[in-house]
Design a protein around this ligand. Sequence first.
Ligand code: AMP
Length: 194
Amino acid sequence: MNPNFSLCVYCGSRPGSQPAYAQAAQAVGEWIGRHGGQLVYGGGKGGLMGIVASATLSAGGRVVGIIPQALVDAEAANHDCTELHIVDTMHERKRMMAERADAFIALPGGIGTFEELFEVWTWRQLGYHDKPIGLLNVDHYYDRLLEFLESTVQQQFLGDWQMKLIRTGTDALQLLPELVQAAGLSAAPRLADI
Ligand code: AMP
């Protein structure tokens, strides 16, 4: 059966210091699975990435993992994925993740997460795609980044319209349906869960 929507999740390959991060990753995966969705992600087993993937699978969702050959061992490729694609380069991974997704959401993470978020954001402002992008600000993790970005609007290096291309929220259960709806899709719960 085709999934109702495909959501690309960018998040840490580590769990981070606060239990709230893992709880948010778990909630995101469960929500995707319960609403008949498909997770598209980097295909690793570790950290928040692994938590989102196993929560999606446990809740009955599909999981598409895309990982470069060079990272199969370093990031512990997740062979439980419904589809695991081992690709040649990081560029191919990111292109395929973007192509397979209807919308994107970033959770707390490190440099890889930042790079992926900024890349889809710049692609969006250039008009390479028109898919919604969300930033889940779990436990104030992104407060300082958001403050800095607002300051760049004040400094006139960023337009207000560019800032508005990212939807931010602190509650996964509110932000996720917003993104799916903005992608023009429906996130109806599966009948079994009603
Ligand atoms: P991190 O947020 O640093 O824990 O990384 C999360 C994921 O982003 C990992 O699967 C990384 O392989 C991936 N990633 C994507 N692009 C990059 C990049 N340019 N540099 C480092 N990691 C990246």
